[in-house]
Design a protein around this ligand. Structure first.
Ligand SMILES: [Zn+2]
Length: 492
């Protein structure tokens, strides 16, 4: 019997603003779409948090026994610099600045994205389609919307007619906005603007002669609007109605609002049953942004090559840190928070080896069955990973009491405990145990500290051949030394 039959999952639906009992369209099957990255720069840590939340959700749905088709796209065209209707295509701009082919930009940052996600131990989605691979499908949708009267063509561009749409449907229902208020709060259209109203958005944009990313269409050479690709790809792989659509909170408006409008205009009904939005990541209490310097790349955390944190942190520690907050809450990253997560993570990992060696008895002082259900209850309550982790530490407490001889556990309960902990820690939270126990890690760092000391002595004796040899051979083993004001530190 599949687990989902007795575990009642509830999901917070951003559209209704309520937690709802989850019931997929087709029993046992789930279609899930998550807006992927625009591959014009290294993947942002905040975006990693969003994708990690949906990786955990994907893992839990699979754990419950659902067959999940998870589609996460790659935006490789159409996303304009200011996220709205003006400005250059983000990828075309990067290509121009770096004198590269747009597809070189796409390739470089798609590889970076996959590399970081692999280090974070993400499961690959079932399908990872690209916008440029679905131009034909996007053109077909535009034709359909034009035919139904919810779009108009001007000078080779096609715009979605928001007012017309709002006469029969409700534009703004996901983000809780009213069209009248939006109209009242917007500036006048610029004289050269082709749009009838500032709220209208581009389905197809005419390509100016200098624009390098262009495709032929019934309206002339151009490129698709950003919102359209997600409608085209989600419909193609998941159908006109599917179960879950996810993304970052910042995509609610206008991106997801426009996706709803496009699909309703085409198919006459709402495309998504459960809308889910992950919240943002801040750093030291402030919004992360390249422009203010309050920014760090995932790779810089793993290697320790940054001026913000005191040391390197492994991908699993960062993942554990992110899982300690609910996906709908704002999470603040700081050195202290990561240090605390590292401690907690080792405690959890160590308890697994302690558990393995525990002696069993004829009775249990710990109700393992009830505890296991509490773990499920936490996850069933809109994927509440912080409560789940609190429950995992409840088990750690009992494991230590049993080890000290203050409590007992039967062999059958020990098996359930082991299986449940492994399932939640590795399969659902997606954590990985690398480099053995913290005891092993302690020995390793002792050895590296000793080599750092010998290298320092060699340098003081001007024996640079030896000091360089120590540094280079450690680097070959994957251990980087970093010389700083307060001495030498290392990262693995
Ligand atoms: Zn999207």
């Amino acid at each position: 019997m599949q687990l989902y039959l007795n575990q009642k999952l509830k999901i917070y639906n951003s559209l209704s603003g309520k937690k709802e009992i989850f019931k997929p369209l087709n029993e046992g099957h789930i279609g899930m779409y998550v807006c992927g990255p625009t591959v014009y720069s290294n993947v942002h840590l905040g975006n990693c948090r969003t994708f990690m939340s949906f990786d955990m959700i994907f893992r839990y749905l699979k754990h419950l026994g659902y067959k999940v088709r998870y589609v996460r796209n790659i935006t490789d065209a159409g996303h304009l610099v200011d996220d709205a209707e003006d400005g250059e295509d983000k990828i075309a701009k990067k290509a121009r600045l770096e004198q590269l082919e747009p597809m070189e930009v796409v390739q470089r940052y798609t590889i970076d994205f996959h590399n970081i996600l692999e280090q974070f131990n993400f499961l690959p989605p079932s399908i990872e389609p690209t916008a440029t691979g679905h131009i034909i499908e996007q053109i077909e949708i535009i034709k359909d919307i034009l035919e139904k009267g919810f779009a108009y063509e001007v000078n080779g561009s096609v715009y979605f007619d928001v007012s017309k749409f709002n006469d029969s449907y409700e534009y703004g229902k996901l983000s809780g906005r009213k069209l009248e208020d939006m109209i009242a709060n917007t500036r006048e259209l610029a004289a050269q603007d082709d749009k009838k109203s500032p709220q209208d958005f581009a389905l197809w944009k005419k390509a100016e002669p200098q624009h390098i990313m262009r495709w032929p269409s019934p309206w002339g050479d151009g490129f698709p609007g950003w919102h359209l690709e997600c409608t085209a790809m989600s419909t193609k792989y998941l159908g006109e109605t599917f179960d879950i659509h996810g993304g970052g909170m910042d995509l609610k408006f206008p991106h997801h609002e426009c996706e709803i409008a496009q699909a309703e205009a085409c198919y006459g009904h709402s495309p998504v049953r459960y809308w889910m939005h992950a919240n943002m990541l801040t750093m030291n209490g402030k919004k992360m942004a390249k422009s203010t310097g309050n920014n760090i790349l995932p790779g810089e955390i793993f290697t320790g090559e940054n001026d913000i944190l005191s040391k390197a942190f492994s991908p699993s520690v960062v993942r554990f840190f992110m899982m300690q907050a609910h996906y709908t809450s704002i999470l603040d990253l700081s050195n202290d928070a990561l240090l605390a997560s590292e401690k907690g993570f080792s405690r959890l990992m160590d308890s697994l080896s302690v558990l393995e060696g525990l002696e069993t008895g004829s009775s249990s002082d710990f109700d393992v069955e009830a505890w296991r259900q509490q773990c499920y209850d936490a996850m069933n309550d809109d994927f509440n990973t912080p409560i789940l982790i609190a429950n995992l530490f409840e088990a750690v407490k009992h494991i230590n009491l049993i080890k000290e001889g203050k409590e007992n556990i039967t062999s059958a309960d020990k098996d359930i405990l082991t299986q449940t902990l492994n399932g939640f820690i590795f399969d659902i939270l997606g954590l990985e145990q690398k480099g053995g126990t913290s005891e092993d890690a302690g020995k390793l760092s002792g050895v590296v500290e000793l080599l750092i000391k010998l290298r320092k002595e060699a340098r003081e004796n001007k024996d640079f051949a030896t000091s360089d040899k120590i540094r280079d051979q450690l680097a070959e083993l994957g251990i980087q030394l970093k010389d700083g004001k307060e001495g030498t530190t290392f990262s693995i």
